[in-house]
Design a protein around this ligand. Structure first.
Ligand code: PLP
Length: 430
């Protein structure tokens, strides 16, 4: 197996910068806002908790997460249904290993689902989505992928979904969630709902969890990495269904965890209790973080739109997924016919780091790239980031106004300028 493309790109950019090569980094999605002081204080107070935590997590944290999920997703659940781990990524892997059958994976979707499914000895079955229909996941496409997999000897029993989405920035509408969960219930499919970006919904579309409509067959995963800007803390959770089935799954996931990572870090777990306990200050922080990511992502989206680049309108998180098919001919003259070649060309010729669509399961000839906007704040001192977060209080909801963004963000301006130059160059070659 190769290294995860996102981490590989991040290391490549770090090497280029160390060699003194300026690089605009749209290749890695890492939330980088300053840590909330409530979490800093909680961690400082927990530093001497040096014993191993229970495999499923510190009881108070599991309780706080259960209440948080009930509060934010409208899903009734108890602490017994919560498993805490070192990030949601290993928990998703443990679920893919512990559940039965093969996995339906929408195309495009996050880089790690298909490799994790294969590592767990499962087939990753691609489910087509239509760019002309905002990459919506439909029961018809799900049924078609499942039928084809069964004909080929597969046994589709799981579906991974991710709203807000990495890479598209899209979110399920309520009717999409209703249609998908209704299909999954009838087809006997368990849904793993990766909700790591749920806190970063931009606000013009509400976040609806599949678990709110299909609690007996849905698992929610989430954590501190995106909304709380604390990826390096490595703190994630999975909320399993209730009842005997959920308990059985919980035993299997805990058994795997006990043999692989034992437990997440105890001080981090203790500190994370503050993140999931109701606190108006933390809620304001989350709202501002979602707003700032949203405004910056929409500002770059508007630039792409003005340049006539097809791209789904972002609804949450900090990603854009533009399609460059309209420039296929001039790109071919530059020797670029695949998305990995396009990403390489942009890096070599324009010092612009992106990720190719192939990293998200697309065919190489599909000329799509994923752009992450989360690194467009640096090199900003922390005080500046606090100020930017605060300034979002005076702004309308992201994506609801065409006024220029009244914030000083030099890296964003540079990215907008760079895309304008690139498209002007390609248009000349048309
Ligand atoms: N799921 C998606 C869609 C992600 O983009 C990421 C991080 O990039 C993760 C899961 C991993 O999150 P964690 O830091 O909780 O392991």
């Amino acid at each position: 197996m190769a290294s995860s493309p996102t981490l590989a790109m991040n290391e490549l950019v770090a090497r280029r910068r160390a060699e003194g090569r300026e690089t605009l980094h749209l290749g890695f999605g890492e939330a980088m806002f300053p840590l909330h002081p409530v979490l800093r204080t909680a961690l400082a107070e927990a530093l001497e908790r040096t014993s191993y935590a229970p495999v499923a997590g510190v009881p108070e944290l599991r309780e706080a997460i259960a209440r948080y999920i009930t509060r934010t997703r409208g899903v009734e659940c108890s602490a017994q249904q919560v498993v805490v781990g070192p990030g949601s990524k290993p928990l998703i892997y443990a679920l893919l290993q512990a559940l039965d059958g093969d996995v339906l994976v929408p195309r495009p979707s996050w880089v790690s689902y298909a490799p994790q499914a294969r590592l767990a000895g499962r087939r990753a079955i691609a489910v087509a989505t239509d760019p002309a229909d905002h990459q919506r996941l439909t029961p018809a496409a799900l049924a078609d992928a499942a039928a084809r997999a069964r004909t080929a000897g597969g046994n589709p029993r799981m579906l991974v979904v991710n709203s807000p989405s990495n890479p598209t920035g899209g979110m399920f509408a309520r009717e999409d969630v209703a249609a998908i969960t209704s299909w999954a219930r009838t087809a006997g499919i368990t849904i793993i709902s990766d909700e790591i970006y749920a806190e970063l919904a931009h606000g013009w579309r509400p976040h609806v969890s599949p678990a709110s409509l299909y609690p007996e067959g849905s698992i929610i995963t989430g954590g501190l990495s995106k909304g709380f800007s604390a990826g390096g803390w490595r703190l994630g959770y999975a909320v399993l269904p209730g009842g005997e089935r959920g308990e059985q799954l919980g035993r299997a996931v805990r058994a795997l965890a006990s043999e692989i990572w034992s437990a997440a870090s105890t001080p981090i777990e203790e500190a994370a209790i503050a993140a999931f306990t109701p606190d108006p200050e933390v809620e304001i922080y989350l709202r501002r973080a979602a707003s700032l990511h949203g405004h910056v992502t929409h500002a770059l989206y508007r630039t792409l739109h003005e340049l006539a680049i097809a791209c789904p309108k972002p609804a949450g998180g900090f990603y854009l997924y533009p399609d460059f098919a309209a420039w296929r001919a001039p790109l071919a003259r530059l020797g670029v016919t695949t998305s990995p070649q396009l990403a390489q060309y942009l890096l070599d010729k324009w010092d612009l780091a992106t990720l190719p669509g192939t990293a998200f399961g697309e065919e190489p000839e599909t000329l799509r790239l994923r752009l992450a906007t989360s690194m467009l704040y640096g090199p900003a001192p922390q005080s500046n980031l606090w100020q930017l977060l605060q300034q979002t209080d005076d702004l309308p909801l992201p994506g609801t106004s065409d006024e220029p963004l009244p914030l000083s963000l030099p890296a964003l301006a540079q990215a907008q300028q760079r895309w304008t130059e690139i498209i002007a160059d390609w248009n000349k070659r048309k």
